[in-house]
Design a protein around this ligand. Structure first.
Ligand SMILES: *Cc1c(COP(=O)(O)O)cnc(C)c1O
Length: 404
């Protein structure tokens, strides 16, 4: 069982007031809040051993390098990667996806096919469109149904020996749908295609096992898992990372440089040009420690309770419609009230100290599917409470009265 009161004590920001009201933070799908343990790790880094890594002989540099590399191992263990060098430190999910998309430029030819899903975040659509423009490859889309689920039978008809890559998110940020990625991966492998899974929205809620999934690439951002912004990871199978060319050129990523020819460093450094977000990487490791100490089983069970409670209470409001009604979903509720623009609801909720997201959630194709301009999205984390959901429900009722 999860001790929510104790957990809330770890998050200083949850004590603040917004517009005179206690903050109710329901924008966790955009970014999570930061526990004191992670804040302490950041302060400790800059207070005690700030130095550049991998090149200094002096003590501070060695300490920073050790802690940074320990963080990589924490990430490796968390995702159950076979080797620590299969974990590439990046600035986040978007960077990780672009790194892979760029690498595939040299591996694709005209007429090859890439499959993405209708549930993607823009960061998982645009880089592939750019890749298609560069290579002449063709983008195909797995369609979705009214519940916000991917239609797997359609996916199967899209697959062929022309398919080189499949890109799908593990959990949709706009609707909360948990996609059947194991099936998607297995079917892609049957035609010899590689699969990249965008785990940005899944990692706050569950622990992916990259070996059990047999996924080729898996990407995530620290700031959605209680870590800082500007840092994230790319897991890639060793054989794929060796096949891809480096993304950026610079320091750290080379073995030897002359003006005639440069040879590249081994994994993971081949993909880590320049000084990385050292402090962020270390704090990413601390954030994983923090969440694992609470335990993802407890987190999952508690968030399921919040989702069920929130869904039940919100649906009592007349004219309220929830988008994304898959049985397999996480604690995200995307909704609208008939005749009211989501933005107006969000603005009134903010006056009451309640933070929700409004708009298309970087997933415009989903909004087009439902023929709506956007939704109000309340996304719950393990530090939220039922009392906060009650505040949301009464806030939405008030907004409805004011706007109707
Ligand atoms: C947040 C998110 C991203 C983008 O993450 P960044 O940290 O902004 O790079 C990509 N995909 C999904 C599903 C997300 O939720």
């Amino acid at each position: 069982m999860l001790n929510v009161d104790k957990i809330r004590g770890d998050f200083p920001i949850l004590n603040r007031k917004v517009n005179g009201k206690p903050l109710v933070y329901f924008d966790n799908a955009a970014t999570s809040q930061t526990p004191q343990q992670v804040i302490d790790a950041i302060v400790d880094y800059y207070s005690n051993y700030n130095a550049n890594i991998h090149r200094g002989v002096h003590t501070l540099s060695q300490e920073a390098t050790d802690l940074y590399e320990q963080a990589r191992i924490k990430i490796q263990k968390h995702f159950n990667a076979k080797y620590s060098y299969e974990i590439i430190m990046t600035s986040g999910t978007t960077h990780s996806i672009n790194l892979v998309a760029n690498g595939f430029s040299s591996l694709l030819k005209k007429g090859d096919e890439i499959i993405v899903s209708a549930l993607e975040h823009h960061s998982n659509i645009v880089p592939w469109q750019m890749l298609c423009e560069r290579t002449g490859a063709i983008l195909k889309v797995i369609p979705m149904n009214e519940d916000g689920e991917l239609i797997l039978s359609e996916y199967e008809t899209l697959l062929s020996e022309k398919t080189k890559l499949v890109f799908v998110n593990h959990i949709s940020n706009a609707l909360g749908t948990i996609n059947p990625i194991k099936t998607i991966i297995d079917k892609a492998h049957q035609v010899g295609a590689a699969v990249l899974v965008d785990g940005a929205q899944a990692c706050p809620h569950l622990v992916p096992d990259v070996q059990a999934l047999d996924v080729d690439f898996y990407v995530a951002s620290a700031h959605k898992i209680c870590g800082p912004t500007g840092v994230g990871m790319l897991y890639g199978k060793e054989e794929w990372l060796n096949k891809l060319p480096p993304y950026q050129g610079g320091g750290e990523m080379i073995a030897e440089v002359t003006f005639e020819k440069t040879t590249y460093a081994n994994l993971p450094h081949k993909f880590e040009a320049g000084t990385p977000n050292i402090c962020g990487g270390i704090a990413f490791g601390t954030a994983l420690d923090y969440m694992n100490a609470i335990g993802f089983d407890s987190i999952e069970a508690y968030e399921k309770e919040l989702l069920e409670y929130g869904t039940q209470e919100l649906l009592k409001i007349e004219g309220l419609k929830i988008y994304g009604t898959s049985v397999q979903k996480t604690s995200v509720i995307s909704f609208n009230i008939e005749g009211i623009h989501p933005y107006d609801i969000g603005t009134i909720l903010d006056k009451m100290g309640i933070a929700v997201r409004t708009g298309h959630h970087c997933a415009q194709p989903i909004m087009d599917f439902y023929n709506i301009p956007g939704t109000v999205r309340a996304s719950f984390a393990f530090y939220n409470t039922k009392a906060e959901i009650d505040a949301l429900v009464s806030g939405v009722k008030k907004a409805k009265m004011m706007l109707a």
